[in-house]
Ligand binder design. Sequence first.
Ligand code: MCN
Length: 792
Amino acid sequence: MTTKFFGEPVRRREDARLIIGQGRYLDDIGSGAYAAAFVRSPYAHARVLDIDVSAAMDVEGLLAIYTYEDLTGPLAEPLPVLIPHPQLTAPRTGYPLVKDVAQHVGEPIVMVVATDRYIAEDAAGLIEVSYEELPVVVGVDAAEAAEHTVHDDVPDNIAARHHQETGDVEAALAASAHTLSFTQYFERSASMPMEGKGVHARWDDADSSLRVYSSTQASTSVRAAIAAKLELSMEKVEVIAPDVGGGFGVKIVHPWPEELLVPMAARRLGHEVKWTEDRREHFISSAHERQQRQEITVGYDDDGRITALDVLVWHDNGAYTPYGIIVPINTATQLCGPYDIPVYRARVNSVYTNTVIVTPYRGAGRPQGTFAMERTMDRIAQALGIDRALVRERNLIQPDQFPYDWGLTFQDGRPLIYDSGDYPAMMAKLKVLVDWDGFAERRAAAEARGKLLGIGMAPYVEGTGPGPYEGAHVQVLGSGKVLVSTGLTSQGQGHETVFAQLAAAELGVPMEDVVVTTGDTRRFGYAVGTFASRAAVVSGNAVALAARGVKEKALRIAAEVLEADPADLEIDEGLVQVKGTPGASIPLRTVAVLSNPLRYAFDEAARQATQFSGPGDDSKPPVAVGDAPGLEHTDYYSPLRSTFASGAHAVVVEIDPATWEIQIEQYAVVHDCGTIINPMIVEGQVHGGVAQGVGGALYERMAYDRDGQLTNASFMDFLMPYASEVPDVDIDHQSTPSPLNELGIKGAGEAGVIPGSAAIASAIEDAVGRRIAAMPISPTELYDLVRSDAER
Ligand code: MCN
């Protein structure tokens, strides 16, 4: 592959469109569509006794009302468990509309369709549902106590017990010079994309087909779900992800009930139907993540080297388990981060609560794992009176230990093996970037100003780019345009740019000639989806392979024209030329024309350039015998296993002892995602992740009360960091290419968020001299902590 474009900070080509308002988001589609609205459960746990729709029936413009009773066939069955796991012993999922018992506030019970959204909402407001309230379980402590149950037939509220270990942890702890045990909490937060979920469906009676637009991270999966649940064959369903205004995990869940119900209504009414989620719906009926209680015991020697680590995680999985136990498995398997821990045991109890479902949210279990590991490091350092960076350095996996096989099983069922990295170099870079060794002076200067300054750090690893596969189709047109299509969807990651970079680099064409399409099942039908920081690794390699297939064919055809050996040819700036022989060349667009006899007949310029007489010139057929017509190629890439990106964050916080306000003074990041396709995009991903990490550490939490009501279900009450709270981020890159894929790429999309809470907790603890054992932390909580002189 040429190095042109690959590795360059090419500006994001999608931004011009998006910034000037020419993006096409879900709500920009189908202005004449009927509108759907939902009646959702106001109770966290309640049996539906009766639904009285009579008052709504008189509303002018009402078109249809659907309850569970109106669902038929597979649609009346529970939603699927997308990632089953043998240790998920009590999987439970809901129905598209509540059948009997609502398990959390916000679960959809009735769907209303009307000529517009106002009318649909008015009609929904007139529907009377009577309920029998049932006891409510909120939070992991209540779930564990099991005084009440979420699902009648799961008496201990435990959906899954997951267990992995690499040795005899009890014996190793007993033999350790020192041990420490502590418990800590991580609270619930959630993806907050600017654009909520949304679905638009159009039924075509003429050929019994559906076209669905969904603001999704996985259009191919949504298609499969719709086809199965509405009993249509796959080729009768097209699903297109238009511009998607962020996802962060929540739009990977499929099918959302609305993704089935809106197409169902479109089919029954024979008219376009649309639903766009409002913000309150997003809070109470999409997905959350993060809440865990972590019970940690660590054994270590006099130098702070860990001899054994034992972690018991109580993980809140909300009311259902559509995503199995993928999130807590991520916590369990990546908790140890970059450290060489000889004996490790992780036990996870994943529990049901009467709250919104828990599915992967950017970082997906790893922020919690990093919090557990890094608080452990700080506690060891404090206990031994050793510098916190030094304790970490003494435990790092060394470069000569790769591939580092944990003897554990990753969430995709494959062995947990770190492929490459240089953690000592990463830590050394971080210490320089944040001036770790010179911090005492800064602290003293802050103290002189009456402020408390603290510094913290947190390295991490992230398994990225899991399989099973992604594919790509690359085609050179007679116009010279190069079409690149993947089934993978994009929510703002810059795929239009990076896939164009990869194809242009591989094919040797100008980037402006490359047109990228993502997330459209009409263009590419096989794809897994955008999650787990996998697009760069999996689709990136697929795009490169497909472009290479095209290149090979182009060289083969051009070789005939130029009477040269394909091995002596190269493509540069869209020109296929004999290496070292200027003038002996043919435009790639002409090769594309040659590859298609019909096109050739109508392209005078190509005919003249190649001096063939056209189809029928048997002496020089444009297409080699046995070659398919067209200059195109489809290829797939299936990774052997995940590749492990890594990084380390350091934070300096300043705390005002008058208000206990916590300000981030400095945020430093060293980041390693192997070979970088586009450093500007990677830095943007890190910035965005850091913003979410800061939010998760200091501002954002899902504040459920004991009745399971979300008390802050709006942006008036749920704090997100503004630009004023997001620090400038100093980034230094490091690159340890992955040996697992030819391009050496590791993923980058979640990295920025993972160590945020761990690093910020460490810095706050350093500033105030009190142990932080729960995140997020607000100024009020910090004040209480310092005053009470107790642990949080
Ligand atoms: N990249 C690169 N070189 C690398 C690695 C990545 O240039 N070595 C680029 C990629 O080409 C891509 C971006 O960085 O443009 C992120 O790549 P990757 O790590 O493969 O992640 P995905 O593209 O698969 O995106 C998923 C990831 C996840 S899991 C969440 S959650 C998340 C995230 O991306 N959601 C996002 N970043 C987001 N960014 C935006 N704007 N919106 C979201 O919803």
